[in-house]
Ligand binder design. Structure first.
Ligand SMILES: O=P(O)(O)OC[C@@]1(O)O[C@H](CO)[C@@H](O)[C@@H]1O
Length: 317
């Protein structure tokens, strides 16, 4: 089983606004709602690829109830802990031109989200008893204010010795503190890696050094997404590869990184299930990761299966 864990899920309100300016009323040309948060997005992309995962994490209030109902309606099993107070956050994602500018940009305002109380955290830790050998646990996204920065590390400590592969998609201390527990995959983007290494901007050499540092500290596979510049993978077999971006038109970058994570996990499972040798398994995982990330970037929503397959075929040709 794959469990995605989103400590701070969100309803993403995506609005197209042209000539955006502070200090006045801006009118949106379009508005769409997506049920998200990083782990939830991973669950959605996995389901597009035909793989079942269970979405865990914390929800609150009417927004949380709406998110849970939507996932269930979309066939994604859930096991969220309901917090006693607050509401699951609504994140504003604005796309369009800013006054004075001529190119379209993406601006996000991510809300803080509800506080996770101690009793709910305890319930969550009891839930981890359900995780079995061979399972994947994907810890994705930011944590609400007041949640200890070593929370992902604590989850991993709890799962230690159970033959569980853990993926960590987090930033700064939350990521760094998880490394001694040997996460199967970490996926910082280049900006996050720059924050960690203190080296900005990162050229290819600095990116490679940063990835090696994360591996030396414990990560098994390190996948660094670089937006329009492609990505790099330092795999568990010690091979470093840079991949250029797949050609296409950017429609939406929200969730592209999460789609990359989903693709890597699904590709790893497909390769393993097919009995491929280790290095080929990572090659398959990396290709599907790229195809899924780009399929989301080129679509209004998350990685449609048809486009994923089309891009994968392009990478394989
Ligand atoms: O605040 P976090 O948890 O870092 O990021 C949350 C978020 O921006 O990540 C997803 C895209 O990756 C969105 O669905 C969501 O709004």
């Amino acid at each position: 089983m794959i469990y995605t864990i989103t400590f701070n899920p969100a309803i993403d309100c995506v609005m197209r606004v042209d000539d955006l300016a502070f200090g006045r009323i801006n009118r949106a040309a379009s508005q769409e709602f997506f049920f998200g948060g990083k782990g939830v997005n991973v669950s959605y992309v996995l389901s597009h690829l035909g793989r079942t995962s269970t979405a865990w994490g914390f929800i609150a209030g009417w927004t949380g109830a709406a998110l849970e109902a939507a996932l269930q309606e979309d066939g994604i099993p859930t096991g969220f802990i309901r917090l006693p107070a607050g509401n699951t956050r609504i994140n504003a994602k604005l796309k369009g031109t800013v006054t004075g500018g001529d190119s379209s940009e993406e601006t996000a305002v991510n809300a803080a989200g509800p506080v996770i109380d101690e009793a709910s955290l305890q319930r969550f830790f009891s839930q981890l008893d359900q995780v079995r050998p061979g399972d994947f646990v994907i810890l994705s996204g930011g944590i609400p204010k007041g949640t200890p920065k070593d929370i992902y590390a604590r989850v991993m400590r709890e799962l230690e010795g159970r033959d569980v592969r853990v993926v960590v998609d987090a930033t700064q201390d939350v990521l760094m503190l998880s490394l001694p527990y040997r996460p199967f995959l970490v996926k910082p983007n280049d900006e996050e890696l720059a924050e960690i290494t203190g080296c900005d901007p990162l050229d290819e050499q600095a990116l490679a050094d940063g990835a090696r540092m994360l591996q030396e500290r414990g990560a098994q596979n390190v996948l660094v997404s670089r937006g329009g510049h492609g990505s790099l993978l330092l795999d568990a077999a010690g091979r470093l590869q840079f991949a250029p971006v797949i050609a296409g038109t950017l429609v939406n970058s929200v969730g592209a990184g999460d789609s990359t994570v989903a693709g890597f996990v699904e590709g790893f499972l497909r390769g393993t299930e097919a009995g491929l040798p280790e290095t080929q398994v990572y090659d398959e995982a990396y290709k599907l990761a790229q195809a899924c990330g780009s399929a989301t970037a080129f679509s209004p929503g998350l990685a449609p299966a048809e486009l994923v397959n089309e891009l994968l075929a392009r990478l394989e040709s």
